[in-house]
Write a protein that binds this ligand. Sequence first.
Ligand code: SF4
Length: 275
Amino acid sequence: MDNMNISYKLPKRILTPTGGFLKEYTHSLNPYVGCSFACSYCYVRQSPIGLFRNQEWGTWVDVKQEVKEKIKTEIHNFKKRGKEVTIFMSSSTDPYQPIEYQEKITRSLLEGMVATPPDFLFIQTRSPIITRDIDLLVQLKDRLRISMTVETDNESVRKRFSPKTPPIAARLKAIRKLREHHLPVQVAIAPILPFSERFPETISQLVNRIVVDDFFTGDGSNGKRTERLNIKSLYEEDQLANWYGENAHLFAIEQLKNSFSPEQIFISKEGFLPF
Ligand code: SF4
């Protein structure tokens, strides 16, 4: 967390009405603005959050404070009016990025949701810090799906594309721990990065649901944001062009089929929907 610009904010509201890619949810929930994982391919770099800030994406984080009572009140107010509340956490940050370790904002939101549960909560993360909150997650498990991103099993590929994210082995260990507590976990290969022949078998021993998402269906702009970030060049340097392009998901799915049945494999948005 050295050299990070950290600011503290008191948001008026914590739940955000959704649209676009997330329109099947009623709300998105971002405990932070900004993300220190700083993935090279992060589509938020090309969204207003990333573009209209005069600081490089990945070097700043705004911490949303005093959110536990807010989320309880907001969920309560929707439910009181007979409305459904389905929440995607998070659409433009990682709720378990390193600062969560000390700030515990995501944890306080979970505490609020245990007290006043939404109809459904989807948690998207790349971080093993999530295992710290198993005590709360088990209380929400009937209305929860956890999606752990594991884009590849190749550490040198991970370091090339997202050097500040947790190592693959740590993510796999976290999935194992979550599964030991019977929590519903899927693996998200999102975006698809080059992986080994052993990878499908490795993850099939941990989960029975997998979602693949490439840059063309998953960046919210049919690949335009990703093109502006020139991610293609990272693949070309290593002659990995098969793994990049509009058919990359088909290429990846062919390999996954050896370890997963077709009904266990989800493509892009369908793997992120509420149930
Ligand atoms: S973890 Fe997610 S939000 Fe954070 S930089 Fe990576 S892709 Fe972006």
